[in-house]
Ligand binder design. Structure first.
Ligand SMILES: [Zn+2]
Length: 261
């Protein structure tokens, strides 16, 4: 007869593959000051570093959720998508590039249009996203921005646009560049209607977006240390071209400048 009996089961050994501290995806390194930040803390601070104030890049849908009351908004114009009028091929055909961008970003285009309220005021807003072919502006982006402006006038709403862009979408050639004039003309009409357009520049805002609507706000707000250029060579070409194609192009940098604070 045994003197002692085990009341509970034997404790099983932890398998070696599980003997690690599970910190993956818990910390994020700040690009501004290299501090390691808790992901939850960063989310609570709306993606701004609590040590140095560095603003992390934010996706279009996340940005809109931060803007609108209680994070509620109605997405608009999702049916407006890019076609391939020039049958453009660089390192891969344009339709293939579009499909890839849709898959990786989960977005229909490089801008998301939305309607909602901000502090109970009616607002229409657009948020661009670098994940979709470098936030480049093709004819679909131009059409979506124009529709936002027209809707603001029709509904007597304020307009807010968060820009982040590598510039015009090279795969659509001149059609991309034409969007600059189309949007600028619509904004001139909105100006006469005396409705506010608040342009928010986020990192990076470059090329044809800087040269058109991003700089035409009644109020222009920029994130601290955000890169604003008329032409940011590296960002634009990393987004739009293969490295070989970029090397073949002549250097036609018109001006390049980054503003801080
Ligand atoms: Zn920092």
């Amino acid at each position: 007869m045994a003197w002692f009996n085990k009341k509970s089961k034997r404790i099983e050994a932890v398998p070696p593959e599980e003997r690690v501290v599970k910190t993956e995806n818990v910390f994020v390194k700040c690009d501004g000051c290299e501090a390691h930040l808790f992901k939850g803390e960063l989310e609570d601070g709306l993606q701004v570093c609590s040590h140095c104030g560095y603003h992390f890049r934010i996706g279009a849908r996340e940005r809109l959720a931060m803007l609108f009351d209680d994070g509620n908004y109605e997405e608009l114009d999702a049916e407006v998508i890019s076609l391939d009028p020039l049958e453009f091929v660089d390192s891969k055909p344009y339709p293939e590039r579009l499909a890839l961008a849709k898959g990786t970003s989960g977005l229909p285009e490089a801008i998301i249009n939305a309607r909602g309220t901000v502090a109970d005021h009616s607002v229409v807003a657009g948020a661009m996203d670098m994940l979709f072919i470098g936030g480049s502006m093709g004819s679909a982006v131009g059409e979506k921005v124009t529709r936002l402006i027209e809707r603001a006038m029709k509904e007597r709403s304020a307009l807010v646009i968060f820009s982040t862009s590598g510039g015009a979408r090279m795969q659509e050639g001149t059609l991309s560049l034409m969007q600059m004039a189309k949007i600028s003309a619509a904004l001139a009409v909105m100006d006469e209607a005396r409705l506010p357009f608040i342009s928010v520049l986020t990192d990076p805002t470059t090329g044809g977006v800087t040269a058109s609507f991003a700089m035409l706000g009644d109020v222009i707000i920029a994130e601290p240390k955000e890169g604003v250029d008329w032409f940011r060579w590296s960002e634009s070409y990393r987004a739009n071209y293969s490295s070989e194609a970029a090397e073949r192009l002549p250097e036609v940098r018109v001006s390049s400048r980054t503003w801080h604070d």
